[in-house]
Design a protein around this ligand. Structure first.
Ligand code: AHR
Length: 524
C-alpha cells in the first residue's frame, strides 16, 4: 500500500465550531453529587443506587470548594484546561420525568423524588439556579433539555419564563426572589426532549406523535421568547425517526440532535481483535450517520424551502461499554488507551464534518462515562481526557480543510458491521486538519492523525499543498506501549501527552496505537 497524507489548506470545509468541545451533566451516579457539588448523600466509590454507609462517609474539605460551594478541581479542569464552552443539563434520560419546580427555592423546601431513569432518589439540591450559577463561574453556555416525557407544555413555558423573563410576571419574579438579582438567566439553547424514540424513555412516542407535539411546543416557546435556539430530538441521524421528525420540524428548529456511543475497549486479551475494532473504528459509524443526517436535513429544507442552515447537535457521544458502565456503578468506566484512540477518532469526525456539526457534547463531563473521575478530595484524568484536551487546545479556532489519505484498511470486526458493508472498510490511519491563524497573524496547519493499527507504525509522507511550511514541527503525541494501559488512582499519568519539536522532513512516523498532532507553521 502507498501511504500518503495530503492536506489542502485552500480547500476549506468550514470553521470548526468551538461548541464541538461541549459537555453534558446529568443527574446520574456521581456526575452532579460528587462531581459538580461535593459528595453529599453519595460518596466515592458509592452511587445513589449503592449508598455509602454513614460511618464510611468522607466529606470534601471546604478549601476544595468555591465560595459558591462547587468542587473547585472539576470546575477548573472544565473551565481552564478543556475550556468547555457549553454544557447540556439535566439529562439525558433523567429529564423525562424531571419537574423543574422541585429544584428551585429554599433548599429545605425542595422535594425529594424517586428517580425513574437510573433508580435511587433525587434530592433536588442542584436545580436551575445552581446550574446557572455554576455555568457563570465556569464561563459555560447553558443548554437545557425540556421534559417531553411527563412534562407539559405549560411547565416548559414556565421554565423558560423563569429563566429568561424580564417582565413583571410570576415566574420572572419568582426567579428574582430566589436569586436575589434582577438579571435573567438568559438561557438561549433549549432541547425539545431527550431520546423520545427510546423504549427506555419515560414517555416514549412515535416519530409522528413527537413531531406534532414538538411543532406545537416550538411555536409556543417562540411566543414566550423569540430569541431561543431550539434543538429537535433526533435519533442517530440516519434513522426513519430522523427523517420523519426533520420533515415535520425543519422550519421550527435550529438544530437537530443525534446520539451515538462507541464501546468495547479491550479488556480480555483473547477478545482483543474483536473488541479493539469495535471500539476504535466505531466513530466511523458516527461519520456515516452525520453524512446521512445532513442529507435528511437538506432534503427536508428543500421540501419546505427553509433558507436557514440547520445544523447537527451531536449532544451525546462518547465511549461507553454498557456491560462495564452500568446503572449499579453510576456508569463509571475506566478507560484504556484504545478508548482514547476512539475518542480521538470521534474528534476527527467532528472536525471533518465542521460544515454540519455545530455542537458535540461528550457524555458525560464528570464521573459518568467521563474523562474525569473524582474522589472526595481529588480527581484524575482518564485516557480519553487527552484527545479532548489536545483537540480543544490546537484545533479550536481553526478552519477545517480537506485531507486526502491513503492508508491500509482494517479487516477485523467493527461495530456495527454495516459501516464496512456499505461505507467500505475503515482506514487504519484517520486524520483531520485545520488551518489556524493566531492573534499575531501567524498561520499554521494542524494535523491530527490517529494510527489505529495495533501492529504497524507507518512512516507517512505528509504534504501540505501549495504552501511552504517551516523546517521545524511541533509534535504532540498520545501513546503507550500497551493498548490496555489506563490511568487510575496511584498512576494518574500512566497515559498522557508528550510534546517535542523536531526537524520537518515532509514525513512522519505515526506509531501504532497513537494519536499525533502536528503543528506546522506556514511561511508568510
Ligand atoms: O449518557 C447516558 C444516557 O445515554 C443518557 O441519559 C441517555 O440520553 C443516553 O441513552
Amino acid at each position: 500500500n502507498t501511504l500518503a497524507l495530503d492536506v489542502f489548506p485552500t480547500a476549506t470545509i468550514a470553521p470548526v465550531s468551538s461548541f464541538i468541545f461541549s459537555g453534558f451533566l446529568e443527574h446520574l451516579g456521581r456526575c452532579i453529587y460528587g462531581g459538580i457539588l461535593p459528595a453529599g448523600p453519595t460518596n466515592f466509590p458509592y452511587t445513589p443506587r449503592n449508598p455509602c454507609p454513614k460511618d464510611q462517609f468522607v466529606e470534601t474539605p471546604k478549601e476544595l470548594l468555591t465560595e459558591e460551594g462547587f468542587r473547585k478541581d472539576v470546575l477548573e479542569v472544565l473551565r481552564d484546561e478543556l475550556e468547555t464552552p457549553m454544557v447540556r443539563w439535566p439529562g439525558g434520560n433523567y429529564v423525562s420525568s424531571y419537574k423543574w419546580e422541585d429544584g428551585i427555592g429554599p433548599l429545605e423546601h425542595r422535594k425529594k423524588r424517586p428517580e425513574l431513569a437510573w433508580g435511587g432518589e433525587e434530592s433536588n439540591v442542584f436545580g436551575t439556579d445552581e446550574f446557572i450559577k455554576w455555568c457563570r463561574v465556569a464561563k459555560i453556555e447553558p443548554y437545557i433539555i425540556l421534559n417531553m416525557g411527563t412534562g407539559t407544555l405549560e411547565e416548559a413555558l414556565h421554565w423558560i419564563e423563569y429563566c429568561n423573563g424580564t417582565g413583571d410576571t410570576y415566574y420572572a419574579n419568582l426567579r428574582r426572589k430566589n436569586t436575589g438579582k434582577d438579571e435573567p438567566h438568559n438561557v438561549r439553547y433549549w432541547g425539545l426532549g431527550n431520546e423520545v424514540w427510546g423504549e427506555w424513555q419515560v414517555g416514549q412516542q412515535t416519530a409522528s406523535a413527537y413531531a406534532t407535539k414538538a411543532r406545537q411546543w416550538a411555536h409556543a416557546i417562540r411566543l414566550i421568547d423569540p430569541t431561543v435556539i431550539l434543538i429537535g430530538c433526533g435519533e442517530t441521524g440516519l434513522n426513519h425517526w430522523d427523517g420523519v421528525v426533520l420533515d415535520a420540524l425543519v422550519d421550527k428548529v435550529d438544530l437537530h440532535s443525534i446520539h451515538l456511543y462507541t464501546g468495547f475497549g479491550p479488556r480480555d486479551r483473547s477478545q482483543i481483535e474483536k473488541e479493539y475494532g469495535r471500539s476504535v473504528y466505531g466513530p466511523d459509524a458516527a461519520e456515516y450517520s452525520i453524512e446521512i443526517c445532513k442529507g435528511q436535513i437538506n432534503k427536508a429544507r428543500v421540501a419546505k424551502s427553509v433558507n436557514k442552515p440547520i445544523k447537527i447537535a451531536f449532544d451525546e457521544y462518547g465511549v461507553w461499554d454498557e456491560t462495564v458502565g452500568t446503572p449499579e456503578n453510576g456508569l463509571e468506566q475506566f478507560y484504556t488507551l484504545a478508548d482514547a484512540l476512539a475518542m480521538a477518532s470521534w474528534l476527527n469526525v467532528f472536525v471533518r464534518q465542521a460544515d454540519i456539526v455545530e455542537i458535540a457534547c461528550v457524555a458525560q463531563s464528570v464521573n459518568v462515562i467521563s474523562p474525569l473521575i473524582t474522589s472526595p478530595n481529588d480527581l484524575f484524568r482518564q485516557t480519553i481526557y487527552w484527545p479532548l484536551w489536545l483537540f480543544s487546545k490546537y484545533m479550536r479556532g481553526g478552519t477545517s480543510v480537506r485531507v486526502a489519505l491513503s492508508s491500509p484498511v482494517f479487516m477485523g470486526e467493527t461495530l456495527p458491521t454495516w459501516i464496512s458493508t456499505v461505507k467500505g472498510r475503515p482506514t487504519e490511519l484517520d486524520a483531520s486538519a485545520v488551518v489556524h491563524t493566531s492573534n499575531s497573524g501567524k498561520k499554521s496547519v494542524r494535523i491530527a492523525v490517529v494510527n489505529r493499527s495495533e501492529r504497524n507504525s507507518y512512516e507517512t509522507p505528509v504534504r501540505v499543498a501549495f504552501s511552504n511550511v517551516v523546517k521545524e514541527v511541533e509534535v504532540h503525541e498520545l501513546w503507550h506501549p500497551r493498548i490496555e494501559a489506563r490511568n487510575g488512582w496511584g498512576n494518574e499519568n500512566e497515559v498522557s501527552v508528550t510534546t517535542k519539536r523536531a526537524p520537518w522532513k515532509g514525513k512522519w512516523t505515526f506509531r501504532m496505537n497513537s494519536l499525533t498532532l502536528l503543528v506546522l507553521d506556514i511561511e508568510q
